[in-house]
Design a protein around this ligand. Structure first.
Ligand code: HEM
Length: 239
């Protein structure tokens, strides 16, 4: 290993820039110019997803401590990270299909589906977050029905519910954005490593991470529209 003549600065030591910046292919090893962007974008995404896991675990801890404003702020932070993940996909729009084809020659059979960060983002809501949130609701003696019937009487908890809906919505928005990018790069019909991307990815887009928070909308709307229908009012829904 080459020894540096100058000592590392405090910044370099703390951020560990030497290690971090050695994690990309050397320019001479790149299959094409755009591979640097491709690798950095994926590495960057893994880091943001690691932070999402860290924050969601903290959210669970804050719930147990009943620190609601901080729990809400944590969900706000998670949503900001998710928006950055969505926006970063834009970078690929500056890349041409042929460059991706070239990059693939060095990728082997690697697929985004194997992303540890993404797998965690799919797993953690059902495994950790929802059980903790359901226990929190239970210990608060409140039901989703009461919250959504009278959201402003339970504003703090209502905002937590909506923060979780944001997580769900932003994860699916990322999937939609990624699918559009996939179409742009490899087309709508090209079979990928695991099958037809449109089928695979569209299947994932039907997933719900906090299903009870979606179901409650059906539940209250069905109730309200039934009430309106009973009063002879035209509500425009549920025929
Ligand atoms: C040229 C750019 C890209 C192309 C053509 C592409 C293509 C694909 C395709 C075809 C799939 C479906 C599974 C498979 O066949 O492997 C997939 C899945 C996936 N990709 Fe990408 N991808 C690209 C960039 C990215 C980037 C920048 C990320 C950022 C993390 C990413 C993350 C993922 C993830 C997480 C999945 C699994 C999605 C799910 O299960 O819903 N991909 N990608």
């Amino acid at each position: 290993m080459l020894r540096r003549a100058v000592a590392l600065t405090e910044y370099e030591k703390y951020i560990r820039t030497e290690e971090l910046l050695s994690l990309q292919k050397a320019p001479e090893a790149l299959t094409c110019h755009d591979e640097m962007q491709f690798q950095i974008l994926h590495q960057n995404s893994e880091l943001w997803m690691k932070l999402v896991e860290h924050e969601l675990s903290y959210f669970v801890h804050l719930l147990a401590e009943r620190q609601l404003p901080r729990a809400q702020n944590t969900l706000k932070r998670v949503a900001m990270i998710q928006r950055m993940l969505i926006q970063s996909v834009d970078l690929i729009d500056t890349m041409s299909p042929v460059d991706y084809m070239t990059i693939r020659t060095g990728l082997g059979r690697g697929s985004g589906q194997e992303s540890p960060g993404f797998k965690t983002m799919l797993r953690i809501p059902g495994e950790l977050v929802w059980p903790a949130f359901a226990a929190f609701l239970e210990s608060s003696g409140i039901t989703l029905r009461q919250i959504y019937e009278h959201p402003h009487d339970h504003e703090a908890i209502h905002q937590l519910c909506e923060g979780l809906v944001d997580y769900d919505q932003l994860l699916q928005t990322w999937r939609y954005r990624h699918l559009m990018m996939v179409y742009r790069i490899i087309g709508t019909g090209t079979p990928s490593l695991k099958g037809k991307p449109s089928d695979l990815l569209a299947h994932g887009m039907k997933q719900r991470f906090f299903p009870k928070l979606w179901d409650i909308r059906d539940e209250v709307f069905a109730e309200w529209t039934a009430q309106m229908a009973a009063r002879g009012k035209d509500h425009g829904y549920h025929g």
